[in-house]
Design a protein around this ligand. Sequence first.
Ligand code: BTN
Length: 245
Amino acid sequence: METLFVGQNIIHLKSVDSTNTFLTNLSKNSSLVEGTLVLAHEQSQGRGQQGNKWQSEAGKSLTMSLLLFPKIDIAHQFLFNKCVSLSICKALEHFDIHASIKWPNDIFINNKKVAGILIENSIQKNTISKSIVGIGMNVNNEALDFSFATSLKMQKSSDFDVNQLLAILCQELEKHYLLLKSDRTSINESYNNYLFRVNLLSSFLIGGMAIQGIVKEVDDMGRLVLEIDGRKQRYLWGELRFNLS
Ligand code: BTN
């Protein structure tokens, strides 16, 4: 692993309920170095956003949780999410795959979800003292239960080396994590370029109504900025969703 600390300490598990739950509990009961990574071959109770389940096929997916101590102000909490999403897209580019970030937490390839992120933070005195960054990616799956999901193999018709993918992802995560402290502007600019359907007219559901808008950016508070009839409007997560057909 060509990193300073991300993934230098890896805990390999054959089977676990959830790597996020496992790392959360372990980090409460023992002192772990920053960058500790939990990697599971099989995950039975994978957790997703908003209490959803995350399903993964044994040995065919990347199922990992990373321990970081960002010590950043909660006002910049979303910048940390941006850092993780961006790292995943940059890692996939090493494999000639152009992925995009469907705000707030999904990684898409060709209109289908390939990876999801579940970040669980501990806050102390207005700063994020500890963060468990859970990433699930469909890698060598040949078929998936959901029509809106895809895998790297389904996109590229070839097998991927999960260890190689992990090594590159760790490098990108470390690089962007370090940038978080030194160059927020570059993270923001780069992130906006990867936004799903950026600068394209799209349909959204807002309070049950279909509305046409153009994705412009995601602001520092994590709000999606849409241009609607020439005016910029900001939306919090939960206030709208893409109306994808
Ligand atoms: C989502 O898209 O809703 C987020 C999915 C996050 C899944 C990953 S898999 C590794 C880690 N452990 C979990 O239980 N969840 C995350």
